[in-house]
Design a protein around this ligand. Sequence first.
Ligand code: LAN
Length: 763
Amino acid sequence: MLPAPYIPASGSEHPTDLARWRLKVGDGSHGRHTWVYLRTDHECTHWPQTDIDRYWLGLPTGLPESPPAKGPLEAARKGFEFYKHLQSPDGHWAGEYGGPMFLLPGLVIGTYVTGQDFPPEHKVELIRYLFNTAHPSDGGWGLHVEHHSTCFGTVMNYVALRLLGVPATHPVAVKARETFLGFGGAAALPQWGKWWLCLLNCYDWAGCIAIPAELWLLPEWMPFHPWKWWIHTRNVYIPMGFLFARKWHAPEDPLILSLREELYTADYDDIDWPAQQFNVAAADLYYPHTALLHALGALTHAWEQCVLPPVRRRAMDYTYQLVVQEDENTAYQDLGPVNKMLNQIVRFVVDGPASTPFLQHVEKTRDFMWMTGRGMLMGGTNGSQLWDIAFVSQALVETGLAREPANEQAVLGALKWLDAAQIQRNPLHFRTAFRHQTKGAWPFSTPEQGYTVSDCTGEGLKAVIYMQNHLDYTPKLVSERRLCDAVDVILSLQNPDGGCASYELIRGPKWLEWINPAEVFGNIMIEYNYPECTTSALTALSIFTKEYPEYRAAEIRCVHLAVLSCLLRFGSVRFRLCVTRASGAPGLPNPAPVGGRRFKTKAIAWLHTAQHPDGTWFGSWGICFTYATMFALESLSLAGETYGNSASVRKACDFLVRKQMADGGWGESYKACESGQWVDHAMSQVVNTAWATLALIYAKYPHREPLDRAVKLVMSRQQPDGSWNQEAIEGVFNKNCAIAYPNFKFSFTIWMLGRAHTYLQGL
Ligand code: LAN
């Protein structure tokens, strides 16, 4: 298993020839992208490098330059002139989706323990990425690229480097080791790090908070049954429950034995493992353990000592079955990068290294690996395809750029892509896998991954309606029936209090957060209502009902059903009815759509309750208040609430204007997402500026001066070729982990500049 040692001279050289990398798009399924290294000149001649490859590799594109734009519309046009060159032949805009620093180690450990290896060029670039992202000060890594060094980030990435062949004596390894030993070594890892090391046979399962697979055997009505957890959490705990029950680990080898010596401050054989269960480095603790979790830890530990073998076998059979269903539902892409690698290990353990499921897994792992100018990273998903195309498509129509003949081909390509991206059936394993309906939904990445996301469905629907109904040259590729299917999905996702969560309805009680064992993440146990998700759903419905009022009539008829169910509401019966009916839980009918007007009224009411006293909305998926406030003000304006007539809109706008920086821009730090308070970035950011300006435009803000200054700032940052440079990271998840949306610096700037042009003319 020992990989060949790799000894680069420094972290910043280019060990592979960047001119030989190519992004392959749509290989076998819609929207799929994988990076390929061409080894021969012959291959390079037959498959020339494109502007897309060069851009994402950080190589000069040589695209035409021109003098600075004179006005916002011209700047938007110039921006799209550049961005058009990054559109893939299949119609979408591929892009890097990096940021989190705990994913690449899972990829490397999962690959190592299943006896696989990476192609040499990939290996070299994975190493280079880690070298380039180590903090120069202490040689460590954090939870994400902009984060301070943590035990989790530093141990895991150190282990990744070692498994990739970097010797323990390499200066990068030496420096990182000093840092994590200072944090208390691998014994002080958060739970999600402890597991990975257990699988690698460098930590003992007795040192983890138990993950009893038997939880899945409990009656489904119980409030803490795992089917009610947030989908990412339950999908990670399913394979982990299986592997924990089996106490599976890789066989010892010299590298593993050496790592056991390198990772700890004490002798491996002397470590008191049970005492390490709750030992977590202070630098990592975002969500400290609660007393309830401690009690549960003791209980599950006792359970481990007495679980009857037939019960354990049944629990393992059940969790394995859920793993298989997830793999088959997603063609082995799986929901996200963590459960992807864990499922891969389960399929290796049960089905074997030569089995088709395992080999399928290995093949699809490539979808998560993204090549950059700084090396190769593991993405947060298999891409953000749908999300990026939905925004730029709307931007093109709303700015009028879509009506310019030079952009027609780009628009037609985007529409074609969106048409093929809509999911047209429910999952193969539907109710048995506790899935929400997918027929009619748009996913975040590709239809193969195939998970319904509320706001992706909303933005996908809006983009299609804009392109099909607001332009005179586009065909109606997505039929009215399919648009209605999307509406059904959106309506099925409203929670009883009016808000929408991310993938499903809120299924479990809030107190489940008290037993969140993942110390590095907040809000991870259940779904929550999010302003972003609620407003995407709301604006999509508003736009849809303007075009198709007849379908709205049918929905309103269904209000009676909703009213009936309201009458039935009392206590937990009400909660169960809402949650289980609407989520298509086992044995229960599909949800009946509730009325459009009702949806909107309730959603707007919820949005008002979610507004902070200072007038803003907190962003859970983008950084931070500018992001969510933009979405919220868009919704409110569609409902007729603007600066002139709504106190809450006025409050939001006045707050934003107070936060405008001296240079005319806005800048927010990811730290706002951690703390829940506004935190200025050291400098203004074009993406935050675009969001804040769009928010003011949606709100019909009456004074032009802040808008003029914002437009000027974004125009001043435009490069001679029309692009904008990458600035700070744009996105976030689970409060504590930042994630990159590099396409936002094009879609939202173009959108804002084009809309500002029209808006300022009318002021
Ligand atoms: C995403 C990315 C997209 C994001 C939006 C669509 C922007 C949001 O509005 C809804 C939630 C969603 C779909 C989302 C959820 C969590 C994800 C999948 C991610 C942030 C990308 C990566 C993250 C995932 C959880 C990473 C793996 C880590 C675990 C804790 C399992």
